[in-house]
Design a protein around this ligand. Structure first.
Ligand code: SAH
Length: 491
């Protein structure tokens, strides 16, 4: 304890006075800057920890001398020895080096490199416990932001998949030479070190088979592979997307230079082995930046798009078009959204953050009118095109941010009685919340992919709406990602 703390403490005792703001500030400063014992810890140290729970990114949380520690690969209830990888004034990161007491929920990960690259961070946790974790993350976020009445919110058990594997319809793998050999996979977390992924249990098997054969062909034809260090070579990334309903598949080669040697022979061989591939495209990305896609996409052979079907609707997916990554759970997600919205034939529905219009179009038959918006112009073109393809005449999509477009519509006299929002991880813009609270549609459903911003947004939303329930849905088994449908009812 330093002198200042002593004075404060004694002062409080003697005079029974509350500490001044200044004193509080000083104490807080001391708390974070003043070394507790734990800050003697250095990178590489090994410390014993008891794991209390899982944090929002799937790491095990334990406390060392009251400092929070995030330990990759550790599970609640376990006693571990953690190897420290990072020390911050307020928290410590580490990874498991030894497990002294093992959780009964620990399972052997299917993928050998689980934990090394993103996308499998919970593969060592039994699936029922993964589902419980996802509900708990929502509970943790609500406890942090405390929207009024949060203790009474009904958190329904997470809806999982019967087979929580092989669900990802798209693989977007970097291609590099590792020790002279062609490799295709993902980067190690937080680095640009490629990990070759010969198998990947969450990917649709066809995407993996195609990539493995493609890698052999790149080797056979000695294709020029991109080198990040020297910014030379051509092939950077291979993208394979399969449409779950039709099995139509698209392969995209993303290249640094326009020419890709022997691409015709490679396409011949791939097409002969995989009749599912109906579209071969090339995307040109000469930039040094780490953005994956460039602006120019060319057709190499076959169609420009693949056809996917969802809930009886057809969608043409171009190489860049956004489409949910887990088609089976997307049907579940939309069914839950439909249930929460309780549409009637006279309803005007807003589909905010619409993407290519999948939610709104799947609900259009049950409403009088659907209007949606998205801030990506090509997504809006696709959404309107998708309405046309499916003969839907009462849905219209407009380019622009939700926070600008909704107030504009309201100003022009549009009266929605139902709204669904499906924002990205940043959650809702404050101006959009204001517009929703002012127009107060009777039914409001919030589809969230980030429990933190959801809990934050609910603080304002509950001024006018009751939370009837929060239904978590597992869109990404084996990962820590959490998706939820929140049913809101006007007070
Ligand atoms: N509802 C769609 C897409 C949801 S993803 C589906 O189920 O497939 C979130 C979408 O929000 C993305 O398409 C993104 O382009 C869009 N977006 C991001 N910020 C936005 C904003 N401020 N206003 C409107 N749309 C936005």
């Amino acid at each position: 304890m330093n002198n200042k703390e002593k004075t404060n403490y004694q002062g409080k005792k003697k005079f029974g006075k509350k500490p001044s703001d200044r004193q509080k500030q000083d104490r807080r400063k001391n708390f974070y800057n003043n070394p507790r014992k734990s800050s003697d810890i250095k990178i590489g140290d090994e410390i014993p920890l008891k794991i209390k729970r899982l944090g929002i990114n799937g790491e095990g949380i334990g406390y060392y001398q009251r400092t929070i520690c995030f330990i990759k690969g550790a599970l609640p209830g376990e006693k571990v020895v953690a190897s420290i990888t990072d020390v911050h004034p307020r928290f410590i990161n580490g990874e498991v080096s030894k497990i002294k007491k093992i959780s009964p929920d620990r399972v052997k990960p299917i993928d050998a490199y689980a934990g090394e690259v993103g996308g499998f961070e919970l593969e060592h946790l039994a699936y029922p416990a993964q589902l419980e974790f996802k509900r708990d993350v929502i509970r943790q976020s609500l406890t942090k932001f405390r929207p009024e009445g949060y203790k009474r919110f009904e958190l329904l058990p997470t809806i999982g998949m019967e087979k929580p594997l092989e669900y990802r319809n798209k693989a977007q793998f970097q291609v590099r030479r590792l020790d002279g050999k062609v490799a295709a996979g993902l980067y190690k977390e937080g680095t640009h070190d490629l990990v070759d992924l010969p198998t990947c249990s969450v990917q649709h098997p066809l995407t993996m088979e195609i990539i493995r054969i493609a890698v052999e062909l790149f080797e056979k034809y000695n294709v020029s592979i991109y080198d990040e260090q020297t910014h030379t070579g051509s092939l950077k990334t291979i993208v394979v997307r399969v449409a779950d309903a039709t099995k139509e598949t698209q392969v995209v080669f993303i290249t640094n230079t326009p020419e890709l040697e022997h691409v015709d022979e490679i396409i011949d061989e791939l097409a002969a082995q995989f009749p599912e591939i109906v579209s071969f495209m090339q995307n040109l990305n000469p930039s040094r930046e780490s953005l994956i896609w460039g602006d120019k996409t060319l057709n190499l052979r076959g169609k420009d798009t693949i056809r996917e079907e969802l809930d009886g609707l057809s969608f043409n997916l171009s190489a860049r078009a956004f489409f949910q990554l887990n088609p089976k759970q997307t049907s579940v997600l939309y069914a839950e959204t439909r249930k929460a919205l309780e549409l009637s034939p006279d309803d005007n529905l807003v589909d905010a953050y619409s993407g290519v219009g999948t939610i709104g179009l799947s609900l259009a038959a049950q409403a009088k009118e659907v209007r949606g918006m998205d801030n990506i112009e090509s997504a809006i073109e696709d959404a309107n095109e998708n309405a046309k393809i499916n003969g839907i005449e009462n849905a219209h999509y407009e380019f622009g941010t939700a926070e600008k477009v909704l107030p504009k519509w309201l100003h022009a006299g549009f009266k929605p009685n139902s709204i669904v929002v499906d924002p990205p991880r940043v959650g809702l813009d404050n101006k959009l919340i204001t517009a929703i609270l002012e127009s107060a549609p009777e039914h409001f459903t919030y589809v969230s992919c980030n429990p933190s911003t959801l809990a934050r947004d609910l603080v304002r939303i509950v001024e006018k709406y009751d939370v009837e329930y929060i239904q978590s849905i597992d869109m990404f088994p084996q990962t820590a990602r959490v998706e939820a449908v929140v049913k809101l009812k006007r007070k």
